[in-house]
Design a protein around this ligand. Structure first.
Ligand SMILES: [Zn+2]
Length: 296
């Protein structure tokens, strides 16, 4: 499941193709994904210019010239693909590279799970493919975007200014839930998922089962820069992966990233001098990976 860094990577990959560009044709091939698409979605998207492509938590938001905002949620298996028209034969003119970046993938034959296709005025094509259909798309007035049911209750962005040491201390104080659950709570902070919470707690040397309200103030404060670092490093890794995707299959969003603790059950702890092995426990139905020696 894509987490915040993966979604941000997708947004950054889409921005050069979509921002400032007009959707000349939107094609919607089924009535719904996880939820029904909004009425007349294809008609409402066709002709609209994308003014800005932003991200809130794990959602991509495209602000349109029609004063509507398109919300894109990748869900479990959603993929965004970018393709370009083939070079014009005869005079051999190549597609507009300045617009299309380094995308060399020509429009493929439509596949079974290509649910929404956006043709841009540059000739670039953005395809939303989602085999499991846990993804979503919705349209709302831009002025009311923050009130959308998926966005209204979200806490501050972990990379934004509102998420700071004072805020986190106040929200953890007196809280009787494990710190793992607290950091996964989207009301507390938006967009943190299982993988990056595991990585954060390992780096902070905090046991995932420790009660949130019983973490000493300096250790709780240290979580803020650690969360920012963990996410920023993953976004950087995603950014460098974009170059590879441009040369691979045109798909955005999933990249190989090495984790220090996530998925490493039974492997040696990577902290210098530590001889323990990484353990896994299940909390609220999700795996937590941690070092029993380093994390208290
Ligand atoms: Zn260790």
């Amino acid at each position: 499941m894509p987490e915040l860094p993966e979604v941000e990577t997708v947004r950054r990959g889409l921005a050069p193709v979509m921002e400032g560009r007009r959707i000349t044709r939107a094609t919607v091939n089924r009535p719904d994904l996880r939820w029904p698409f909004p009425p007349q979605m294809a008609e409402r998207l066709t002709g609209a210019r994308v003014i800005a492509l932003r991200r809130r938590s794990k959602y991509i938001l495209a602000d349109l010239s029609t004063d509507e905002t398109l919300l894109i949620h990748l869900g479990m298996s959603g993929r965004m693909l970018i393709s370009a028209p083939p070079p014009i034969s005869g005079d051999g003119a190549a597609p507009d590279r300045a617009t299309l970046g380094e995308w060399h993938h020509h429009h493929p034959a439509p596949e079974k799970h290509d649910h929404v296709v956006l043709d841009m005025d540059t000739g670039a094509r953005v395809t939303f493919n989602d085999a499991r259909r846990f993804g979503a798309m919705d349209l709302m007035p831009t002025a009311a975007a923050e009130a959308h049911p998926l966005l209204a209750a979200l806490g501050p962005e972990p990379l934004g200014n509102a998420f700071d040491e004072t805020y986190l201390a106040a929200r953890l104080k007196g809280r009787n839930t494990p710190i793992k659950a607290a950091l996964l709570d989207q009301h507390l902070v938006a967009g943190l998922g299982n993988i990056y919470v595991c990585e954060t707690l390992y780096r902070a040397r905090i046991h995932p089962s420790r009660k949130a309200g019983r973490i000493a103030a300096p250790r709780a404060a240290a979580l803020v820069p650690i969360i920012r670092d963990v996410l920023a490093e993953a976004i950087t890794a995603g950014g460098s992966s974009l170059r590879d995707y441009r040369q691979a299959d045109g798909e955005l969003g999933y990249f190989q990233h090495s984790f220090q603790v996530y998925g490493r059950e039974g492997a040696p702890c990577l902290t210098p001098g530590c001889t323990a092995t990484i353990r896994r426990i299940v909390q609220s139905g999700r795996s937590s990976f941690y070092c029993p020696s380093c994390q208290k």
